[in-house]
Design a protein around this ligand. Structure first.
Ligand SMILES: C[S@@+](CC[C@H](N)C(=O)[O-])C[C@H]1O[C@@H](n2cnc3c(N)ncnc32)[C@H](O)[C@@H]1O
Length: 264
C-alpha cells in the first residue's frame, strides 16, 4: 500500500472542521491515488455496479469515489470520525463524476446495524487491521445485508508484515526495534502505532470470520513485498519476540468475499 500523505487520523485532521484549500487539495490527491488501486485490490471481491453499497470505515472517501466510478446505485460511507466531503467533491470534479446518491455519516457500524437499512454490498478497505472488536464488527454486518448480500474486504499491512507497524521506516522495524526505540525514531507515528493497530494475524481474522458463522466465497493473501529480506531480519526479530512465526511475517494483506448463509 503506498504511503498516504500525512493524514494522521481523521479526527486530528478534522479538528478545525474547516480544511484549508491546501489541505483539501492534499486529501483530494490522496483519494485519487488510493481509489485507483481498488480495481486491483477490491473489485474481484465485490463489484458495486447497480448496487446499494455501504462503505465501512470510508475515511475521506476513496472507496466512495471508486464505487461511484464503478456504477453503484447508492453509497453510504460510515466512519467513527467526522469527515469533510470537500476533498471528495474535488476528486469527483477531477474525474468528471457526478453522483445523485451518496452520504457520509459519522457513525459506528453498531449504530448503522440498528437503523433497519439493508445493502447489497458492504465494502471495507484498509480498516480490518485497525478494528479492535473483529467479531463484533463482523456480526454487526449481518442485519445490514439483504438477500444475495456480500462483504468485500481488503486489509493491508497486517501487523507481522514488513509494513505492519505503519511506521514508513525499515522493513519489520516495529518487530526488531524496542517500543522505546520506535517512539524515539518515529515520534509522529507513535500514537498511531500504539492506539490504531490491532496486531491481528490472518488466523485471528479467520477465527473471527469462523465464529461469526460467515461463509468464505473467496480468500486470498498477499505475499510480503520485502520477503526476500526476512531471513536477514529474523534473528533480530526473534531476539525481541521469540514466538514470532515466519508464516505471519510473510503475509502482508488479506482479501476476501464473505456472506451469511441466509443471504446466499
Ligand atoms: C486507516 S482508516 C482507512 C480509511 C479509508 N478506508 C482509506 O483507505 O483511506 C480506518 C478507518 O476505519 C474507521 N473505523 C474503525 N472502526 C470503525 C467502526 N467500528 N465503525 C466505523 N468506522 C470505523 C476509522 O475511524 C478509520 O477512519
Amino acid at each position: 500500500m503506498p504511503p498516504p500523505p500525512q493524514i494522521q487520523g481523521f479526527a486530528e485532521a478534522e479538528a478545525e472542521r474547516r480544511l484549508s484549500d491546501e489541505k483539501v487539495q492534499e486529501i483530494c490527491e490522496y483519494i485519487l491515488h488510493r481509489e485507483e488501486a481498488l480495481d486491483r485490490d477490491l473489485l474481484r471481491y465485490g463489484d458495486p455496479a447497480g448496487k446499494d453499497v455501504l462503505i465501512f470505515g470510508g475515511g475521506y472517501g476513496n472507496e466512495v469515489l471508486w464505487a461511484m466510478r464503478r456504477g453503484a446505485r447508492s453509497i453510504v460511507s460510515i466512519d467513527l470520525s467526522h469527515v469533510s466531503a470537500a476533498p471528495l467533491k474535488r476528486a469527483m470534479a477531477a474525474r468528471g463524476i457526478d453522483h445523485p446518491s451518496f452520504e457520509f455519516r459519522q457513525e459506528n457500524v453498531h449504530e448503522t446495524a440498528l437503523r433497519g437499512e439493508t445493502y447489497d454490498l458492504i465494502v471495507s478497505n484498509g480498516v480490518f487491521e485497525h478494528v479492535l472488536d473483529l467479531k463484533g464488527v463482523l456480526g454487526a454486518f449481518r442485519p445490514l445485508l439483504r438477500a444475495k448480500g456480500r462483504i468485500a474486504i481488503f486489509a493491508d499491512g497486517l501487523w507481522y508484515s514488513s509494513i505492519g507497524g505503519h511506521l514508513r521506516g525499515e522493513p519489520w522495524e516495529h518487530l526488531w526495534r524496542s517500543p522505546a526505540d520506535v517512539k524515539a525514531a518515529h515520534p509522529d507515528r507513535w500514537d498511531y502505532y500504539c492506539n490504531q493497530l490491532n496486531r491481528m494475524t490472518i488466523v485471528d481474522f479467520l477465527e473471527a470470520v469462523r465464529s461469526t458463522g460467515l461463509l468464505v466465497l473467496q480468500l486470498n493473501t498477499g505475499c510480503d513485498p520485502a520477503l526476500v529480506q526476512l531471513p536477514r531480519r529474523l534473528p533480530a526479530i526473534r531476539e525481541r519476540l521469540d514466538a514470532v512465526s515466519p508464516t505471519d511475517c510473510s503475509i502482508v494483506s488479506i482479501g476476501c468475499e464473505l456472506c451469511f448463509a441466509e443471504h446466499l
